[in-house]
Design a protein around this ligand. Structure first.
Ligand code: HDE
Length: 702
C-alpha cells in the first residue's frame, strides 16, 4: 500500500476499489454464508400446492436482505451521480501551501467526484431548476481531502444554524409533500423574502446557471474562504474554483421542463456516456489568493459565504486539472456510499472562521452516522484513504479492519508508544492563529449588505440572460398561491433592480411602489455572465434526421466532419434499423421519432434526399421546429430545406451557396458540401443563437 513516505500512486484508489470487486461470472450461486444453492426460484412448501415453510432459510435470507437494501437518502443532495478521475497539479505550489498533492508539477492524485441536485428526492429528474452539488474527494498521500462545493459561488444563508430552516422551506411542503424538486412554491419564497441574505443565491438560482446543460458544462466553487498554509506557517486566504474546460452552457427553461419527462436521467446519462465514449470531461482548479493584510479592504466580509470575490479584483490562478475518466462499477457501493465532509482536510489547507463552514464541520460526520450506520464508514472502499490509517479508534458497528495488539490508547509503553504522533510542522491544521472576543450570539455588521452583489449579478447579465431571469421569476412567483408571498418577493427584487421588479410584478399581480425608493448598485463583473463562452464542439450532441432515399455522400461528409471534431452523432429515422440510401447502402438508425426528441440534442442536421418523407411526419417537423425555437444550430442540404420551410413556416434561402441565417445553415446544391460541413461544425461549436429565442414568456412567438 502507498504511504506517506512513498506518495500516492495515481491508480492506487482504482486498485483499492478493484480489490473490492466481486466478479460473478462463472461462479456458483451461494447463500451469504457461502453454502451453494440449487434452486432460488421456488420457496420450499409442503406439497407442490401447499403452504410455504418457515424453515426455508434460503428464501428468508434473500428477502431479509432485500427488505434492507435501501439506506436513508441524503437529506439534501439526494439525487446525484459520480465518477472517478485524476487530478494533475500544474506547478509546485509549496510557496503557497505545503499540501503534498500540490507539491510538484505533473503530480497526479486519484479523485472521486459526485454531482447532485439539492432539493429533489433520489428519484427526481436531473434537469430541475436547482443548485448543483460539485463534491470532489482527493485520495492524497496525506489523507483524503474533500472540496464539497456547488456550481454557484455563493450560498443562501450566512449562519449554519439557519440551514435546516432553508431546507425545510425549499423541500416539498410538509402537509402534502408537494412540489417535488422545485423552489417554485410558497414556503421557499416566504423564506427568501423573509430572509434577505438569500437574495444573492436566489438570483443565481433564477439564472441559467440553475439549469446546466450537462454536469460537464458547469463550473464548481468551494464557496467558503479557506487558508493555504506553507511549511513556514505563512498563510493566504483562498477561494477555490472549478472552471469547466468544456465551457459553461445551460438549457432553456422550456427545454429543461420537457427533458424532465423525456429523459429524467439526462445529466446522469450524459456524464456516463461521455466517459464511456472516452470523451473525458475536464476542469481546471483555480484559486483566488488574498493576503491576510488585505482582509478588510473590501465592501464585503471575506468570511461571508453569500458574497463572491469579483474576479476582476482578485483573479483566479489555475493550479491543476481534474479529468473524469472512469465510471463506477456499482452505483450503490460507490456513488451512494461516498461520504464527503468539509473537515476532510490535509496539512497545508485550513479553515477560515466563516460561520457556515464552521457549522458544516459538524453536520457531515453526523449525517454519515445515520446514513451509513455507524462510525466505520471510512472503511468502505470508496471512502477508504489510500494513505495508511493508524489510530486508537476501535470497534463499532461493521468494523472491517482487524486491529492487532493489546493497547488501544496513547501514550502506551506496552506497544512502544505506537502509533506515534507526527512532528507538528508536517501535521494537519497546526498553523497558529489568534482568536479573541466576547462569547456572543450575533452577526457582524460587515455581513449586513444583502443587495449590492445581487445587483452586480443582474447588471452583469446579457440581455437574454436578464430575460431568462425575469421569466424564471414569473414562473416561480406565479406558482406561489399566497399574494403576500409574491408581493414580499417583488419588494425584495425592488432592492436589487427596479426594472427587474417591475417586469416580474407585471406578470404576477404584485405592485412595485417599493422600486422607486431604492438606489440599486451599478456594480458589474463581466466574469458572471455566461454569454461569452469559448466555442466547443467536443461532446456536442447532433441529431441527424434521415429517411429512405437520403443522400449518403452528403450524410458522410457532414457526419464525418462532426465526428472528427469530437461531436457525438445520433441517427434518427422513422423506424429503427437499416435505412436505405438513394445509392443503395444501409445506415443504421439508433432512434426513432418515438424515442428521441430535439430537446435531448444540441443541434440538428438533415441531409438531402429525404425531405419529402420527413416533411410528411409531424414528429419530424416538430423535431426541427423545436430545435429552431430553442435557438440550436440547424443544418439542411438540398431538398431538406423544404423540411425547414415546413417546420418553421418561413421561407429559407434557396441559394446554391452555403447560406447562414442566425444559426440556420442551408445549401441548395450538394456540390458545395465540403464547405457546408466545415461551417456547420463551427456553428455547432458556437452553440445557441439566442437572438431567435421564441420561448420567452414576455416576448415569445413574435
Ligand atoms: Fe451541505 N450537506 N450543508 N452544503 N452539501 C450535505 O451531507 C449541510 C452547504 C453540499 O455528493 C449533507 O453527506 C449543512 C454549503 C454538497 O454526497 C449534510 C450546511 C455547500 C453535498 C449537509 C450545508 C454544501 C452536501 C447531506 C450549512 C456548498 C453533497 C448528505 C452549514 C459549499 C455531497 C451528506 C455528496 C451534503 C449539511 C451547507 C454543499 C446534511 C448543515 C454552503 C455538494 O450533512
Amino acid at each position: 500500500m502507498a504511504n506517506r513516505q512513498t506518495g500516492t500512486k495515481p491508480n492506487a484508489k482504482i486498485a483499492q476499489i478493484d480489490a473490492a470487486r466481486v466478479p460473478h461470472d462463472g461462479n456458483v450461486m451461494t447463500t451469504d454464508q457461502g453454502a451453494v444453492i440449487a434452486n432460488d426460484q421456488e420457496v420450499q412448501r409442503a406439497g407442490s400446492r401447499g403452504p410455504a415453510l418457515l424453515q426455508d432459510f434460503v428464501f428468508r435470507e434473500k428477502l431479509t436482505h432485500f427488505d434492507h437494501e435501501r439506506i436513508p437518502e441524503r437529506i439534501v443532495h439526494a439525487r446525484g451521480t459520480g465518477a472517478h478521475g485524476v487530478f494533475t497539479a500544474y506547478e509546485d505550489m509549496s510557496k503557497l501551501t505545503k499540501a503534498a498533492f500540490l507539491s510538484a508539477k505533473g503530480k497526479e492524485t486519484p479523485v472521486f467526484v459526485r454531482f447532485s441536485t439539492v432539493a429533489g428526492f433520489r428519484g427526481s429528474p436531473d434537469t430541475v431548476r436547482d443548485v448543483r452539488g460539485f463534491a470532489v474527494k482527493f485520495y492524497t498521500e496525506e489523507g483524503n481531502y474533500d472540496i464539497v462545493g456547488n456550481n454557484m459561488p455563493v450560498f443562501f444563508v450566512q449562519d449554519a444554524i439557519k440551514f435546516p430552516d432553508l431546507i425545510h422551506a425549499l423541500k416539498p411542503e410538509p402537509n402534502n409533500e408537494i412540489p417535488q424538486a422545485q423552489s417554485a412554491h410558497d414556503t421557499f419564497w416566504d423564506f427568501v423574502s423573509s430572509n434577505h441574505e438569500c437574495a444573492h443565491n436566489m438570483m443565481w438560482l433564477m439564472s441559467d446557471r440553475a439549469i446546466p446543460k450537462s454536469y460537464r458544462t458547469m463550473d464548481g466553487f468551494g464557496i467558503h474562504t479557506f487558508k493555504f498554509v506553507n511549511a513556514k506557517g505563512e498563510y493566504k486566504f483562498v477561494k477555490l474554483h472549478w472552471k469547466s474546460k468544456q465551457g459553461v452552457r445551460s438549457l432553456i427553461w422550456d427545454e429543461a421542463q420537457k427533458i424532465a419527462g423525456k429523459d429524467p436521467d439526462f445529466n446522469r446519462r450524459d456524464l456516463w456516456e461521455s466517459i464511456e465514449n472516452g470523451n473525458y470531461p475536464e476542469w481546471e482548479l483555480g484559486v483566488q489568493i488574498l493576503d491576510p493584510n488585505d482582509e478588510f479592504k473590501f465592501d464585503f466580509d471575506i468570511l461571508d459565504c453569500t458574497k463572491l470575490w469579483p474576479e476582476e479584483i482578485i483573479p483566479v490562478t489555475p493550479i491543476g486539472k481534474l479529468t473524469l475518466n472512469r465510471n463506477v462499477t456499482n452505483f450503490f457501493a460507490e456513488t451512494e456510499q461516498v461520504a464527503f465532509c468539509p473537515a476532510n482536510l490535509v496539512p497545508g489547507i485550513e479553515l477560515s472562521n466563516d460561520p457556515m463552514l464552521q457549522g458544516r464541520l459538524f453536520s457531515y460526520l453526523d449525517t454519515q452516522l445515520s446514513r451509513l450506520g455507524g462510525p466505520n464508514f471510512h472503511e468502505l472502499p470508496i471512502n477508504k484513504p489510500v494513505a495508511a490509517v493508524n489510530n486508537n479508534q476501535r470497534d463499532g458497528i461493521h468494523r472491517m479492519s482487524v486491529d492487532e495488539g493489546v493497547s488501544a490508547y496513547f501514550r502506551n509503553a506496552l506497544q512502544h508508544g505506537q502509533p506515534h504522533v507526527a512532528v507538528k510542522e508536517s501535521a494537519l491544521g497546526e498553523s497558529v492563529s489568534e482568536v479573541n472576543g466576547c462569547v456572543i450570539r450575533d452577526r457582524a455588521n460587515s455581513f449586513l449588505d444583502f443587495y449590492t452583489q445581487p445587483s452586480m449579478f443582474y447588471n452583469s447579465m446579457s440581455d437574454y440572460e436578464k430575460g431568462h431571469i425575469v421569466d424564471a421569476l414569473r414562473f416561480e412567483l406565479g406558482k406561489c398561491k399566497n399574494m403576500n408571498v409574491r408581493q414580499a418577493a417583488v419588494d425584495l427584487l425592488a432592492r436589487i433592480d427596479g426594472s427587474l421588479a417591475r417586469e416580474v410584478a407585471a406578470g404576477c399581480g404584485a405592485t412595485t411602489q417599493a422600486a422607486a425608493d431604492f438606489k440599486a448598485s451599478k456594480a458589474r463583473s463581466c466574469a458572471l455572465s455566461m454569454a461569452n463562452q469559448p466555442p466547443c464542439v467536443k461532446g456536442e450532441k447532433v441529431a441527424v434526421l434521415i429517411a429512405d432515399g437520403f443522400d449518403k455522400k452528403c450524410f458522410d461528409a457532414v457526419c464525418g466532419a462532426l465526428t472528427a471534431a469530437g461531436a457525438d452523432i445520433k441517427v434518427i429515422a422513422p423506424r429503427q434499423g437499416g435505412i436505405k440510401a438513394k445509392s443503395g447502402e444501409n445506415e443504421d438508425s439508433a432512434e426513432t421519432f418515438a424515442t428521441a426528441s430535439s430537446v435531448l440534442f444540441d443541434a440538428v442536421f438533415v441531409p438531402c434526399g429525404c425531405a419529402e418523407t420527413l416533411s410528411g411526419i409531424y414528429a419530424a417537423r416538430e423535431f426541427v421546429a423545436e430545435a429552431y425555437r430553442h435557438c440550436k444550430p440547424v443544418g439542411a442540404c438540398g431538398d431538406a430545406e423544404k423540411l425547414l420551410a415546413d417546420a418553421f413556416r418561413a421561407v429559407v434561402s434557396t441559394d446554391a451557396e452555403c447560406c447562414e441565417d442566425k444559426g440556420v445553415l442551408t445549401l441548395a446544391d450538394c456540390a458545395g458540401i465540403g464547405k457546408f460541413a466545415e461551417k456547420f461544425v463551427a456553428l455547432v461549436g458556437a452553440g445557441r443563437h439566442f437572438e431567435r429565442d421564441q420561448t420567452r414568456l414576455l416576448t415569445g412567438n413574435k
